[in-house]
Write a protein that binds this ligand. Structure first.
Ligand SMILES: [Zn+2]
Length: 96
């Protein structure tokens, strides 16, 4: 009987440990996502003018397509940034 009580206690501790580590992992993922966002935005901001410079000198259609690609990525990331910023706002009456 005693070992059964200890067994139940151990399971509860394991479940609590798993829940705690799940939430810690979730927090780490959120922090990593924010870092990834800024890294992607910075790298695209550097790559885009480089592609424009290469296209200016080469007039390559492939590089022009790459410019459109980087431009779309930048706009996409800007929208993501707006979403991340707005998601940090406190809830109010119209948006609980
Ligand atoms: Zn892309």
């Amino acid at each position: 009987m005693c070992s059964g009580v200890y067994h139940q206690l151990a399971i509860k501790e394991i479940v609590l440990w798993c829940l705690l580590h799940f939430f810690l992992l979730l927090i780490k993922l959120i922090v990593a996502a924010a870092k990834m966002f800024w890294t992607a935005l910075l790298s695209n901001s550097i790559v885009l003018p480089l592609k424009v410079a290469v296209w200016y000198h080469s007039h390559s259609h492939v590089i022009f397509a790459e410019i459109a690609h980087s431009d779309a990525d930048l706009m996409n990331q800007s929208l993501l940034g707006v979403g991340l910023h707005r998601s940090k706002k406190a809830p109010n009456a119209s948006h609980p």
